[in-house]
Ligand binder design. Structure first.
Ligand code: C2E
Ligand code: MG
Ligand code: MG
Length: 666
C-alpha cells in the first residue's frame, strides 16, 4: 500500500509541502495552471468541435463517449474558471494538482480512444483530419500545463504517441514521414518540458531565496531598530527607579528651552535633594537604600504636581520639569506637593523610614531660557531651600543670584593659599557650670575678607568642603589652635571642630594627630567635635578615624546634639566622651514647658549613658540657673563668654579658677 502510494506520488510528481521552497513551487505551479488550464480546455473543446465538423458529423456511433469527454472537459473548464483567482493552502493545491493529473490522464486516454476509434470507422479521406486534430490536441494540451510537467507529459504519451504509432501503420511514405516527425516533435516537447520544468523550479527557488533574503533583511532591520530603541531607552533611563537619567533630562530640558526661545509661555525646572537618605543607606545597606529610592521615584511620578518629566540626576537628587508652572506661586505649590509626598513615611521590608526632600525651582521664560543658567539658578534655589530647613521649597529670585555670585567669589578666594592662611581663630571658653572652672576653649574660625567682609564659618566651611580645600584650611587652623593651646594651663583642653569631609576621609585621624604632634601638643588635650551630619557621610570611615583619635588619647564629643534627627542611633553605635547640646535645646527652655522637659529628658539620657554634657548658647542667667538645676555639667555661651581673641584666651587660661564672666572679643 505504502509502496503504491510512493510510486503514485513519484508518478504524479505534484510537489511537497514540507519545505518552504516546496510550498512556493506548489503555489507557483497552481498560479500558472489557474492562468493556463482554461485555455487548455478551450483548445481541447475546439479540437473536438473541429474533429466533429471535419468528419462531417460521422462520429455518431461514439457520440455518447465524445459527449462524455466534452462534458468532462466543460466541467473542468467551469471549475478552473471558478477558481481562477482563488488562493489555496499548499495542501489543497497538492490535492488540486493530483486531481489535475488524473483528469489529464482520463481525458488523454479518452481522446486517444476516441481518435483511434474514429480512424477505424471514418472513411480514409477523414483519417488525416483525425490525426491532425488529435496531434494538435496532444501538443496544445501539453503546452497548456507546462508548469506541471508530470501532467503535461500525459497527452503526449497517451494521445500523441499512440497517434504517431498509428501513422506508421498506414504503410505509405507520407504517413510514415508524418508519424516519425510527430514522434520526434513529441520527444522534443518532452525534453523541452523537462528543461522548462528545471528552469521553472530554479526560478521559483531563486525567487523564494530572494524573498527569504528580503524577509531576513527586513527582520534584521526590525531587530536592529528595536535594539537601537532599547539601547536608547537604557541609555536614557535610570536603572533603579526607571525614571529618566541625567543625560536624558538635560537633553529634554535643552529641547524645551530651545523651543521656548521661539514661542511664548514658560515652564519651571525643579531640583529635589533628599535629606536623611544617606544614613539609611549606611545603616541598613544599599538594598534598603535602593528600595527607598525606588519608592521615591514612584512617589514623584504619582505626585509629580503635573511634571512632564521626572529624572534621577544623581544619588539622591531628582529633577522635574513643570510645563504649566509659569509663575512663582504655582511653582512653589508644585514643589511643596512633592516635598509633602516625600515626608510621608517609607515602608521598606517591614521597617518605617522617614526622609524628606528640599526643592529648588527656577522659572524659564522666552527671554530667560539659558539651560546652563537655569541649572545654576535651580541649584541656588535648592541651596536656599536647604537653608530654610527640612522639606524646604524655594523659587529662584534675583536676590538669590547675588547669593550665587557671592558664593562663587568665596569659592575663588578659598582656593588661594594666602586666603587660607588669613583665616584666624577665636576661642570660646567652656566652663564647669557649678564651679566655673575653665575646662576647654572651643576654637572657632574667623574669616574677614577685604571685599567679601566677614564670612561666617558655617558659610565658608561647607563651601571649602565642596571644593576640597577643607583639609588644607583645617590643617592650618589646627596648627594655629595647637600653638595657642600649648601656652594654656595643661588642664585646659582644645576643642576643635572637625568637618564632615575630613572625618569621612580615610587617614584623616593620622593627619590630625600629625599636626598636633608637630606643634607639640599632647593629643590627650585635644577634644574633637563632630556633628551627626558629619557622621552621615561615611559612617565606617568616620568610626575608624574617631577610634584612632580616641586611641591616641583625644576626647570625642558629639556637637549640636538635638539639632538633627538620628543622634540616638549614633550614641548607640559610636563611643563618645561627651555631648554638646545644641543651642536650640537651650534657647527653648525658658518659653516652653515642653522645651524644658525635652532638655531634662536629653540630660537624663546622657547621664544614663555616662556622658557629660556641655550646654551651648547659654545667653541668660535663668538659662544658666535652670541648666545647673537640671545637672548639666558644663556650659558655653555669650553669658559665660563670647569667643575670645588668642591673647585674651591665653590671659584667661591660667591654672587658677576664674569667675563666670568674659569679655566680648569676636
Ligand atoms: P559650633 O561648633 O556649634 O560652634 C558654636 C557656635 O555658636 C559658634 O558660631 C559660636 O560663635 C556660637 N555661639 C557661642 N555662644 C553662643 C550664644 O550664646 N548664642 C548664640 N546664638 N551663638 C553662640 P560660629 O563661630 O559662627 O560657628 C558656627 C559653626 O561653624 C560652628 O558651630 C562649627 O560647626 C563651625 N565651625 C566654626 N569654626 C570651625 C572650624 O574651625 N572648623 C570647622 N570644621 N567648623 C567650624
Ligand atoms: Mg562646635
Ligand atoms: Mg555646636
Amino acid at each position: 500500500m505504502e509502496w503504491g502510494k510512493t510510486c503514485f506520488g513519484k508518478l504524479i510528481d505534484a510537489g511537497e509541502t514540507e519545505s518552504r521552497a516546496g510550498r512556493a513551487l506548489l503555489e507557483e505551479r497552481y498560479r500558472a495552471l489557474q492562468r493556463q488550464i482554461p485555455l487548455l480546455y478551450t483548445v481541447a473543446l475546439t479540437n473536438f468541435l473541429g474533429l466533429h465538423l471535419a468528419t462531417g458529423g460521422r462520429i455518431g456511433s461514439l457520440y455518447s463517449v465524445s459527449t462524455l469527454l466534452v462534458g468532462l472537459v466543460c466541467l473542468r473548464l467551469a471549475h478552473w474558471l471558478r477558481v481562477r483567482n482563488r488562493r489555496l493552502s499548499p495542501e489543497r493545491i497538492l490535492v488540486e494538482l493530483t486531481k489535475t493529473w488524473c483528469y489529464a490522464l482520463i481525458i488523454s486516454i479518452g481522446f486517444c480512444a476516441y481518435a483511434l476509434h474514429l480512424l477505424q470507422v471514418v472513411p480514409p479521406a477523414y483519417d488525416d483530419y483525425v490525426i491532425f486534430f488529435g496531434s494538435f490536441a496532444a501538443l496544445g494540451c501539453a503546452y497548456g500545463i507546462t508548469s506541471y510537467p508530470a501532467a503535461a507529459r500525459l497527452p503526449l504519451v497517451f494521445l500523441g504517441l499512440p497517434l504517431a504509432l498509428r501513422l506508421l501503420l498506414f504503410r505509405d511514405a507520407a504517413h510514415l514521414g508524418l508519424g516519425i516527425s510527430l514522434a520526434l516533435i513529441l520527444l522534443l516537447i518532452t525534453r523541452l518540458l523537462g528543461i522548462h520544468n528545471r528552469g521553472f523550479r530554479a526560478l521559483v527557488e531563486s525567487r523564494t531565496n530572494i524573498a527569504d533574503e528580503r524577509e531576513r533583511a527586513r527582520r534584521a532591520e526590525r531587530t536592529a531598530k528595536a535594539e537601537k530603541a532599547k539601547a536608547k531607552r537604557i541609555a536614557d533611563t535610570d536603572p533603579l527607579t526607571g525614571l529618566a537619567n541625567r543625560r536624558a533630562f538635560l537633553r529634554h530640558l535643552t529641547r524645551r528651552a530651545n523651543a521656548l526661545a521661539k514661542s511664548r509661555g514658560g515652564f519651571a525646572l525643579a531640583m529635589v535633594d533628599l535629606d536623611g537618605f544617606k544614613p539609611i543607606n549606611d545603616t541598613f545597606g544599599h538594598a534598603t537604600g535602593d528600595s527607598v529610592l525606588t519608592e521615591v521615584g514612584v512617589r514623584l511620578a504619582a505626585t509629580g504636581g503635573g511634571a512632564s518629566l521626572i529624572a534621577r540626576t544623581g544619588g539622591d537628587e531628582f529633577a522635574l520639569l513643570f510645563p504649566d508652572a509659569r509663575d512663582a506661586g504655582t511653582a512653589q505649590a508644585a514643589g511643596a506637593a512633592i516635598c509633602a509626598a516625600l515626608q510621608q513615611p517609607f515602608l521598606v521590608e517591614g521597617r518605617e523610614f522617614r526622609i524628606s526632600g528640599c526643592c529648588g525651582i527656577t522659572l524659564l521664560g522666552r527671554g530667560d531660557c539659558n539651560v546652563e543658567q537655569a541649572l545654576i539658578r535651580a541649584d541656588t534655589a535648592l541651596y536656599r531651600a536647604k537653608q530654610s530647613g527640612r522639606a524646604g521649597v524655594a523659587v529662584f529670585s534675583k536676590e538669590m543670584d547675588e547669593i550665587h555670585r557671592r558664593r562663587k567669589q568665596v569659592e575663588k578666594a578659598l582656593r588661594l593659599a594666602e586666603v587660607q592662611e588669613s583665616i584666624s581663630l577665636v576661642f570660646q571658653p567652656i566652663r564647669d557650670l557649678a564651679t566655673g572652672e575653665l575646662r576647654a576653649f572651643e576654637a572657632l574660625a574667623r574669616w574677614d575678607h577685604p571685599e567679601l567682609g566677614r564670612v561666617p564659618p558655617d558659610q565658608f566651611i561647607p563651601i571649602a568642603e565642596q571644593i576640597n580645600v577643607i583639609e588644607a584650611i583645617s590643617d592650618r587652623l589646627l596648627a594655629k589652635a595647637a600653638r595657642a593651646a600649648r601656652t594654656w594651663a595643661s588642664t585646659i583642653r582644645l576643642s576643635f571642630n572637625v568637618s564632615a569631609v575630613q572625618l569621612c576621609t580615610p587617614g584623616s585621624a593620622g593627619r590630625i594627630l600629625g599636626v598636633i604632634e608637630e606643634e607639640g601638643l599632647d593629643p590627650a588635650r585635644l577634644q574633637v567635635e563632630v556633628t551627626e551630619t558629619a557622621l552621615l557621610a561615611d559612617f565606617e570611615v568616620a568610626r575608624r578615624n574617631l577610634q584612632a583619635l580616641r586611641a591616641a588619647g583625644a576626647r570625642i564629643v558629639l556637637d549640636d546634639f538635638g539639632a538633627g534627627h538620628a543622634s540616638i542611633s549614633y550614641l548607640r553605635e559610636m563611643q563618645f566622651d561627651g555631648i554638646k547640646l545644641d543651642g536650640s535645646l537651650v534657647c527653648s527652655v525658658l518659653d516652653s514647658l515642653r522645651g524644658r522637659r525635652l532638655l531634662k529628658g536629653v540630660l537624663d539620657l546622657c547621664a544614663s549613658l555616662g556622658l557629660p554634657c556641655v550646654a551651648e548658647h547659654i545667653e541668660g542667667e535663668d538659662q544658666l540657673a535652670l541648666l545647673r538645676e537640671l545637672g548639666c555639667r558644663d556650659g558655653q555661651g555669650f553669658l559665660i563668654s563670647p569667643p575670645l581673641l588668642e591673647v585674651e584666651a591665653m590671659a584667661l587660661a591660667t591654672p587658677k579658677v576664674s569667675p563666670i564672666r568674659g569679655r566680648h572679643a569676636a
